[in-house]
Design a binder for this molecule. Structure first.
Ligand SMILES: [Zn+2]
Length: 461
């Protein structure tokens, strides 16, 4: 048996001092354990022991239409475990004209044998028809209990009537439907207006995707959920207006799960200006392209509203929407037209440290656990197999050393990108030991040899 001794266990009921023993990938015993000579002992003095962190929103090895993400499952999961994340839920995405089964097969193949953390898949439905509908049952049998639909991006989005049908079908199996809530057609038109005004640079990106376009979409999706009698899951909520729509829907009795991301809690839209806003609008200053993601970074007032929502317990999970592109060879594809800048930013490696640092003192460890592990596990149909330190649960364990001070640097990261949105930020705390299925996979920000990630079949029934 492996034993982690002297740590402080973080559980939904609070913190407790206890040892934790595990073997063959499962937690066997929690309490005061007396190691024998056959046991392997890890000392966690001064550290918090969490159920492994779960990132329920990642995009690895995906072609977004403009480019392939810089991280595949090898580098992406290496970065994940280095930062303390032991399980991701990535988005398998249906190609129009193709089946869900093909998409799942592709993502399975990409992840298998190279993933250092555990992985599960949401299924993004982009082509709704009788065949797709019939395949939902197969997906659920394969352990896919969360799906995604898009209201933005012409190559991905569904019409409202189709969204309603998806929601109705998924509700039959208590599967959850996530949605990228932004009004796509409206955004396309606003983008054209910016280009016509000579605004071809990164600073035009947030102008063309206003918070109203998110709020309207959240509102519409919530009403579709009500009409379908289905819970809804708003992914990467970014704005105060969007948050107000979540609240309004909840007041009406609609079940709304809300996810936000570290970037919307820490960064704001001043990042798009680069050194000179006018130059960034015209594309002469391109630094802002590093932050081109959708939805975009918002105003400081939005950041504050979302942080308050986190503190108030209104947010169910903090995930990354990790979707990385290199600055030097990929973001530059949109040098002359911000619409062609590959959308997305890296974050899979730094989420735990960003949250621990940014919310230190204002959130307790159990509250951070709820956002980083327990909440995602519950929402994604993995609890208590994951997201809990309980006898019988999987031995995915993150030992967090709160005393380590370090600085985020692109040159030191495992993510396969040449920048990070958080360059130079001082972090307090680091994942000291990260166990995936009972195997030590990373220590103090560095991955160890060994590929221990497995596919996680899930169920919300
Ligand atoms: Zn995403």
């Amino acid at each position: 048996m492996k034993i982690i001794k002297n740590g402080i266990l973080v559980t939904p009921e609070g913190e407790k001092k206890a040892d934790i023993g595990f073997d063959l990938g499962k937690i066997l015993r929690i309490g005061e354990l007396k190691p024998t000579e056959y046991d392997e002992v890890y000392d966690a003095t001064g550290c918090y022991v969490f159920p492994g962190f779960i990132d329920q929103h990642t995009h690895l090895q995906m072609n977004t239409g403009t480019a392939w993400t810089a991280d595949d499952f090898e580098s992406g999961t290496r970065a994940a475990v280095s930062g303390g994340t032991t399980c991701i839920v990535d988005f398998a995405t249906q190609d129009r004209g193709d089946t869900l089964k093909t998409a799942l097969g592709t993502w399975m193949k990409n992840a298998e044998g190279v993933s250092r953390c555990n992985y599960a898949f949401h299924m993004a439905v982009t082509d709704w028809n009788e065949e797709t509908k019939a395949e939902i049952e197969d997906m659920i049998e394969e352990g896919v209990c969360s799906f995604k639909v898009y209201m933005a991006y012409d190559n991905l989005r569904l019409e409202d009537a189709e969204l309603l049908k998806v929601l109705k079908r998924l509700a039959q199996d208590n599967a959850i439907c996530g949605c990228h809530c932004e009004n796509g057609p409206l955004i396309s038109d606003l983008q054209k207006a910016e280009i016509a005004a000579g605004h071809t640079g990164p600073a035009a990106h947030p102008i063309s995707r206003p918070a109203e376009a998110e709020a309207e979409a959240v509102n519409r999706f919530a009403y579709l959920g009500e009409l379908a009698g289905a819970p809804i899951y708003v992914v990467h909520l970014s704005s105060k207006l969007g948050l107000e729509e979540v609240r309004a829907a909840r007041r009406r009795g609609q079940t709304v799960y809300a996810e936000t991301c570290p970037q919307y809690l820490i960064l704001d839209d001043s990042r798009y200006d680069g050194a000179d806003r006018e130059k960034s609008l015209r594309g002469e200053d391109f630094e802002g392209a590093k932050y081109v993601m959708s939805p975009p970074l918002r105003k400081p007032s939005d950041v504050k509203a979302l942080r308050d929502a986190v503190l108030a317990g209104e947010i169910d999970a903090v995930a990354t929407d990790h979707c990385s592109f290199r600055f030097d060879t990929q973001k530059v594809l949109g040098r002359d037209d911000f619409r062609k800048i590959p959308n997305g930013a890296p974050g899979i490696e730094h989420r735990p440290a960003l949250m621990m640092t940014s919310f230190a003192e204002i959130l307790s460890m159990p509250e951070l656990n709820r956002l980083l592990s327990e909440g995602p596990a519950r929402l994604m149909g993995m609890y208590p197999r994951k997201g809990a330190l309980m006898e019988g649960s999987d031995a995915d364990i993150t030992v967090w050393d709160p005393e380590v001070k370090w600085t985020i640097r692109a040159e030191k990261q495992q993510q396969n990108v040449d920048y990070t949105p958080y360059e130079g930020m001082e972090m307090q705390g680091q994942a000291a030991m990260v166990f995936v299925n009972g195997n030590l996979a990373a220590q103090y920000g560095r991955p160890l040899d060994g590929i221990y990630g497995c596919y996680v079949a899930r169920s919300r029934k």
